[in-house]
Design a protein around this ligand. Structure first.
Ligand code: AMP
Length: 322
């Protein structure tokens, strides 16, 4: 499949690399790294990484705003479905290739490389670039590592395997980038965000079945001088709390007129609940947009039932062992 992808890339003079709306580091790093590697390999081609950026991730790199496009290849990274592609001209593409680590949702392109056992799209690209002998430099290696680190939450999840470490070792050995530069781009944050995190920690509600949640209104966000995305971006900070199996941040987004939902789990599978509320994601990391806090309450109730079932299955298994 890697060879087929390269064969198609060779055919087109113009290549657009897109990813999902609501940019995050893995999505952005994967498109920048692939763009920069292909630009070195094929200097005569016009290759662009597109989509809305975010001030928070501006240290990672700069996206492009191509004007007139015709007969272009669209490579969609880190995005399982059409409605979430952050690019308006999907229908105009001559061909679409998808490379993704989300569970399959729908077919986008003629060529799809999906591996949902991988923790990040950047990890897939590390393998692709290595095996296809595409050019790499320190900046590209650093960008790939940044995306991998972000989605794997610094090797925290079981999607991290020996081959993840082998790939990281391969790139670090050949293109020695400075690790602390990566962490500065990813983790440096203003104190107002830390204070908002403190507020969330103080005010999490915990259900009997282990769902912790907070509902943040626009007033809360304004009070902490934050933006509607910053609370949700903290969702990974609430792992490993003994009483909590699943946790949710529901943030009012007045710009889009809806509620942004971020969900994480350390056991129960949650993406089918997110899908029920027009969202999606991975088994243990999902998101959605709902119309109001009442709908968020229904989603939380569903997550509570999922936790209840999970606890029963765990208890059953324990009894069988005894
Ligand atoms: P987040 O909590 O924003 O980091 O997202 C976690 C995972 O859920 C990512 O894989 C996202 O692509 C997915 N996700 C987040 N929001 C949505 C949404 N509104 N619809 C579908 N998938 C989503």
């Amino acid at each position: 499949m890697y060879r087929q992808i390269i064969k198609e890339i060779k055919k087109y003079d113009t290549i657009i690399i897109a990813r999902h709306i609501g940019v995050d580091p893995d999505a952005m790093c994967s498109q920048l790294a692939l763009r920069d590697s292909l630009r070195i390999k094929y200097p005569q081609k016009s290759i662009y990484a597109v989509g809305n950026g975010s001030a928070k991730f501006s240290g990672i790199g700069i996206l492009d705003k191509p004007e007139i496009l015709h007969d272009f290849l669209l490579i969609v990274l880190d995005t399982p479905d059409k409605k979430r592609i952050d690019f308006a001209k999907v229908e105009e593409a001559s061909m679409i290739i998808k490379i993704d680590h989300h569970p399959f949702v729908e077919e986008l392109g003629t060529l799809e490389y999906i591996d949902d056992t991988k923790g990040s799209t950047c990890e897939i690209l590390m393998d692709f670039i290595k095996k296809m002998h595409l050019p790499v430099n320190r900046e590209i290696a650093k960008t790939l590592y940044c995306g991998l680190i972000s989605d794997s939450n610094r090797f925290l999840y079981d999607t991290t395997t020996s081959s993840t470490f082998e790939l990281v070792s391969y790139y670090l050995k050949r293109y020695p980038f400075v690790l602390s530069d990566v962490y500065k781009d990813l983790y440096l944050r203003p104190i107002k965000e830390v204070r908002l995190q403190g507020y969330i920690e103080e005010n999490l509600t915990l259900t009997e079945k282990g769902v912790a949640y907070i509902k943040l209104t626009n007033e809360d966000i304004v009070r902490f001088k934050a933006d509607s995305a910053s609370a949700g971006n903290m969702i990974n900070h609430f792992n490993f709390i003994e009483e909590v199996l699943v946790w949710v941040i529901a943030t009012e987004d007045i710009k889009n007129g809806n509620i942004r939902i971020n969900i994480r789990s350390r056991g129960p599978i949650i993406n089918h609940v997110a899908e029920k509320y027009h969202g999606g994601g991975h088994a243990f990391a999902s998101g959605a947009r709902v119309s109001c806090f009442e709908e968020a309450d229904l989603l939380i109730q569903d997550l509570n039932s999922v936790c209840d079932d999970y606890i029963k299955v765990c208890e059953n298994n324990e009894n069988k062992v005894q």
